[in-house]
Design a protein around this ligand. Structure first.
Ligand code: ATP
Ligand code: MG
Length: 556
């Protein structure tokens, strides 16, 4: 699958770009205005990244701007912490919004719009319970019916709506509904609720309001207030488009237009804030930024780059059909970018001591490229001496013929250093190998090798004298099934118990002492890593972003 993506060049416009180009060509707009409208009830996830790249991408490409509008019309679930998190994530992804706005800033204006509708005889206060309203709505095949409240006069509705605003009723006692069409084949057009009573504290307006607008009433009107030209949302809002247009028409306000694209979901994870919140509150993960989370904050901490996430969004594109993207696509994008930018370093996870018995000197400095993919990457110094560590599983006592790593009597190259040969295996009383005595070939130094010896294997290693212990956190997919959100039973039944493996006391080469959060590393032969912010000067912690190869594709 990844190969297809590699081959795929960006050749055609997506359907939204086509719409925008047609609108611009027809002279409908000079520039466009889009918006990204998160509800601040959780952190952004990889699905949101698609929407962000799409909305900001369009205004960058065609001129205009993208507003960041917090859709904060539901006081119960919203928090300022999420507002700050969302802003940080969008900026980190590399986008700049034209204006930071809040639907709650329009509450007064929205109230005035509702009054306009009442005055036009297009909205009424209904005292029915939600069960009664649902029952009176009918079914897709049977028309609904209006109740007695629909006959209230304009004056009565105005007075009741004001009383609702003034907090004179309890939650659920009354709602304001639009008078549209109780027999519309579109159930959403059957006198949708515009306002409900909710005595709740709002993160911005405090206790000022005891009524809150519903999505259908707030969203299109907010778009219109901001002169959004193309209001892009996901497919589940297709049936809402009729109400969206009806309200704009009746209110005679700026004609924003709604367009829908399919949600983009990622395999082996969840893209629902509600379920992600459950993972956090029930402590399946350490927080919203746990590196196994599909949140932008989690991906950042894991070591993903903004470039790789934008590349992913570009590759998966936009369409009209829902699809589940294989997690391998995102990992592929990470490898593509990290290969270009990651600093090469050596870390031995499970050390086995090697003594170079014929090495006489005090030690020496060798040089190794920081990144062979980057001609400007420069080199670093690595120290070499008589005692080293290699990876325990890079040695085999009874090696098969095709084993190109170290074995008794066999030769390998130590990366950026010398060719060595294993002469003697030393074991403890239990028969466990504790040390390899090797000899080296002084004329085999990397870059100036005149030894004429050909070896097939190159091993990573560290110098026993100046390497230092670090903790490595190896992450794997959080769920064992492709689509845990839609799997039978509870999604928590499918959590991968092996999704975090901690390696204590891996030995890192000296250069890693200076590692900084945000730097990306390739630990040779191991994968891509980044420093975790939990690190202290005494204990560096590295997160594995992704392995070097797609081990899942092979396993399947
Ligand atoms: P969730 O179900 O995770 O709460 P949501 O749609 O309720 O998602 P919002 O904060 O309302 O979350 O989303 C902001 C924008 O991001 C919306 O325009 C929404 O359509 C879009 N979006 C959310 N999830 C996805 C997804 N998986 N793929 C593409 N766009 C998405
Ligand atoms: Mg939503």
């Amino acid at each position: 699958m990844t190969e297809d993506y590699k081959a795929e060049e960006k050749k055609s416009l997506n359907f939204l770009e086509e719409i925008v180009e047609a609108d611009l060509a027809a002279g409908k707009y000079k520039t466009i205005m889009t918006r990204f409208p998160p509800e601040p009830n959780g952190y952004l996830h990889i699905g949101h990244a698609s929407s962000i790249c799409l909305n900001f991408g369009l205004s960058l490409k065609y001129g205009g701007g993208t507003n960041l509008r917090f859709d904060d019309t539901n006081p119960v679930t919203e928090e300022t912490e999420y507002v700050e998190g969302i802003k940080k994530d969008i900026q980190w992804l590399g986008f700049e919004w034209a204006n930071e706005l809040y639907a709650s800033d329009y509450f007064e204006q929205l109230y005035a719009y509702a009054v306009t509708l009442i005055k036009k005889g297009l909205a009424y206060v209904d005292d029915s319970t939600s069960e009664e309203i649902a029952e009176q709505k009918g079914t897709p095949t049977q028309p609904g019916r209006r109740n007695v409240y629909a006959d209230r006069t304009v004056e009565e509705n105005l007075q009741l709506f004001e009383a609702m605003r003034n907090g004179e009723y309890q939650d659920g006692e009354k709602v304001l509904r639009a008078r549209i069409d109780m027999s519309s084949p579109n159930m959403i057009m059957r006198d949708p609720i515009l306002y409900r009573i909710k005595h709740a504290h709002h993160h911005r307006t405090g206790d000022q309001w005891s009524i809150y607008p519903m999505y259908d009433f707030a969203h299109g009107q907010s778009d219109s207030i901001e002169h959004i030209t193309h209001s892009i949302c996901t497919m589940e809002f297709v049936p809402h488009r009729e109400v969206y247009n009806w309200l704009i028409e009746q209110l005679e306000i700026y004609p924003s237009r709604q367009y829908e694209f399919a949600r983009r979901n990622l395999s082996h994870t969840l893209t629902s804030k509600r379920k992600l919140l459950q993972l956090v509150t029930e402590k399946y993960v350490s927080g919203w930024d746990d590196p196994r989370m599909p949140t932008i904050a989690g991906l950042r901490r894991r070591g993903y780059t903004p470039e790789s996430i934008r590349d992913y969004c570009e590759r998966i594109g936009v369409g009209k059909r829902d699809n589940l993207i294989d997690a391998g696509v995102l990992e592929f994008c990470a490898r593509e970018h990290l290969n270009k930018i990651a600093l090469r370093r050596m870390v031995v996870f499970d050390p086995l001591k090697v003594v170079i018995t014929n090495y006489e000197g005090e030690g020496e400095w060798l040089h190794s490229e920081n990144n062979p993919e980057d001609p400007d990457g420069g080199t670093r110094n690595i120290s070499f001496s008589r005692e080293l560590f290699i990876e325990r599983d890079d040695f085999m006592e009874d090696a098969p013929k095709k084993y190109f790593r170290l074995a008794p009597g066999k030769q390998v190259r130590l990366k950026s250093a010398y060719i060595i040969q294993c002469d003697e295996v030393i074991k403890d009383a239990d028969g466990r190998i504790t040390q390899l005595n090797c000899s080296y070939f002084p004329n085999s130094k990397s870059g100036e090798d005149t030894s004429g010896i050909h070896v097939k294997g190159t091993l990573h290693w560290v110098n026993a004298r100046d390497c230092f212990p670090v903790q490595v956190r190896e992450y794997d997919r959080l769920f064992t099934v492709e689509d845990p959100g839609n799997a039978e039973g509870n999604f928590t039944d499918y959590i991968n118990g092996q999704s975090l493996q901690v390696v204590e006391n891996a030995l890192a080469e000296l250069a890693l002492k200076e590692a900084m959060v945000n730097e990306r590393f390739q630990f040779l032969r191991k994968g891509y890593f980044t420093l975790d912010p939990d690190s202290t000067p005494e204990q560096l912690i590295f997160n594995r972003t992704v392995t070097l190869k797609d081990s899942w594709a092979k396993a399947k």
